[in-house]
Design a protein. Structure first.
Length: 304
């Protein structure tokens, strides 16, 4: 192993959205970037941006081990880990199948845990490292239809807090990125999951249609409350390059407004705000209510 400090960057979920934008941005800024995805064909063009490509499926332990070993063999250690891979699964709590709940946690939480465990020995050995967990404003507040997606993001926030305390004396910083509505394929993926998991003749049918339409509407075009993948990429670069990084980085005005609102409002009052945007499921309720742009569950992008 090299005696030099490795600052090599490993990014998960680079096929689309935030992961792709971050790989392009950091490579363009001179960082040594290892971009990863389940299917290397989806990121082949990133080689032209100066990225090194790694096959990595965050739901496969062998794939995770192989990816980390590849970077360690080449660089001595993973210096910066950006846990970005993830997706949103939306739908009524009662109707989401346990197979989908497990898939959501396997992708958004368990893969992140295993990757982080495997890169930490190298970071501790060189007394330097950066772990960036791409969470969401949805890790600080919960919006209708997103029980299990939000649960994964609350888990990421909690684990980041514990890990930050445990590794700070080894020279390892842990940061959480909390995007609001970002114009990526995340919205298409989340809305598609609502449709795919639908139950016929359900009391929740109208709520599901409303939820899917609301998510799609939110991601049609950027507004003052939302942002683009490049906005998140620039924040991530700041987080890994400043001497003393913040523990959390909200991204977009919408994220800051909604998280601030949730922080100060009692539970029932926040529920009332949500009801002003979308009616809760009710027998016979027509599907005529939508969540306003900037208020739908948001995060990074579909799994890379």
């Amino acid at each position: 192993m090299s005696t030099e400090i490795s600052k090599a960057v490993l990014i998960t979920g680079c096929s689309t959205g935030i992961g792709r934008a971050t790989a392009e941005h950091l490579a363009g800024a001179g960082h040594r970037v290892y971009a990863s995805a389940r299917n290397l064909d989806t990121i082949a063009d990133l080689a032209g941006c100066g990225c090194r490509l790694v096959q990595l499926d965050v739901c496969d332990d062998d794939s995770i081990r192989a990816a980390v070993a590849h970077v360690v063999d080449a660089e001595g250690a993973v210096g910066v880990l950006i846990n970005n891979a993830g997706y949103g699964s939306e739908g009524p709590f009662e109707e989401v199948a346990m197979t989908e709940v497990r898939r959501q946690f396997e992708t958004n939480v368990f893969g992140l845990i295993r990757l982080t465990q495997l890169v930490l020995p190298g970071m501790r050995a060189q007394r330097w490292g950066k772990i960036v967990n791409v969470s969401s404003m949805g890790g600080q507040l919960v919006l209708p239809g997103g029980a299990f997606y939000h649960a994964t993001k609350f888990a990421v926030e909690a684990m980041s807090d514990a890990l930050r305390f445990e590794v700070q004396n080894f020279g390892v910083d842990v940061m959480v990125i909390e995007p609001g509505a970002i114009m990526t394929r995340f919205g298409d993926t989340a809305a598609a999951r609502v449709d795919a998991l639908a139950v016929l003749n359900s009391d929740y049918a109208d709520f599901r249609r409303t939820l899917a339409a609301s998510i799609r509407k939110t991601y049609v075009a950027k507004d003052a409350m939302g942002g683009e993948a490049g906005d998140v990429a620039r924040v991530i670069e700041t987080a890994i390059t400043v001497r003393r990084p913040k523990t959390r980085y909200p991204v977009t005005l919408g994220a800051r407004v909604l998280m601030g609102l949730r922080r100060w409002l009692p539970d029932r009052a926040f529920d009332a705000v949500l009801r002003s945007q979308i009616h809760p499921p009710t027998p016979g309720r027509p599907a005529d209510q939508t969540i306003s742009p900037g208020a739908a569950p948001t995060n990074n992008d579909s799994v890379g």
